[in-house]
Write a protein that binds this ligand. Structure first.
Ligand code: GSH
Length: 217
């Protein structure tokens, strides 16, 4: 039995999508970001920092989405270059890059959506994070202008690592400035496994607006 601990629209979407791509059935346990459940002793026994995803598999729990994605691809022998193969460093780079970008998105989510009252927010930090996010989006734009997936060998689990990012990126950056990245987002979210993951796990529910401008200081 495989059990995924999941919050809709969060990084656990990466794992849910990959499980669908791999055709691995899983049980889903859905948590909330806001009701304190992730800080419970029950959940922290699975993921000590109280973060999703956590995956129960093969008699243990694994936390950290990048570790889970690597574990699953090695276990199944699919959707990632194997250690020693030519594309392996690229795969590992993109897995890490997705998390670098996700951390900026998380900070923007906290500032734009979760921090209350508005005066608790740091507008300079929101500006800085938006610029830092744009740098990561420019990297992806340049890369994806030349090929349709992160690895030149085609779709891989590195693309699944973008499963949280691609839904969040264009809440903070104008999609029109990143046509290749925007086309990538459309192609990835149209994949049948991605659609199944959203249908099963739920779409994100944190955004009330399509686009969030940095407010005036
Ligand atoms: N590096 C971790 C980050 C996990 C993470 O921060 N997850 C967020 C949801 S996207 C979370 O659980 N946040 C709960 C909190 O910060 O209290 C990973 O990739 O799994």
């Amino acid at each position: 039995m495989i059990r995924l601990h999941h919050v809709p629209g969060s990084r656990s979407m990466r794992v849910l999508w990959l499980l669908e791509e791999l055709g691995l059935p899983c049980e889903l346990r859905v948590w909330s970001l806001t009701d304190g459940g992730l800080r419970s002793a029950e959940f922290r026994a699975l993921s000590p920092a109280g973060r999703v995803p956590a995956l129960e598999i093969d008699g243990r729990a694994i936390f950290e989405s990048g570790a889970i994605v690597q574990y699953l691809t090695e276990r199944e022998g699919r959707l990632a270059p194997r250690p020693g193969e030519a594309g392996r460093p690229d795969f590992l780079e993109w897995v890490g890059f997705a998390e670098t970008q996700a951390n900026i998105l998380q900070s923007l989510n906290i500032h734009h959506i979760f921090l209350r009252p508005d005066s608790a927010r740091s507008v300079p930090l929101m500006r800085l994070d938006t610029r830092r996010l744009a740098v990561t989006a420019q990297v992806l734009q340049a890369h994806l202008a030349g090929q349709p997936t992160l690895l030149d060998g085609g779709f891989s689990a590195a693309d699944c690592m973008m499963g949280f990012n691609i839904e969040a990126l264009f809440r903070f950056l104008p999609a029109a400035e990143y046509p290749a990245l925007s086309a990538y987002r459309d192609a990835m979210t149209a994949r049948p496994a991605y659609r199944r993951a959203v249908a099963r796990g739920g779409a994100d529910s944190i955004y009330a607006r399509d686009f969030y401008e940095v407010p005036d200081a």
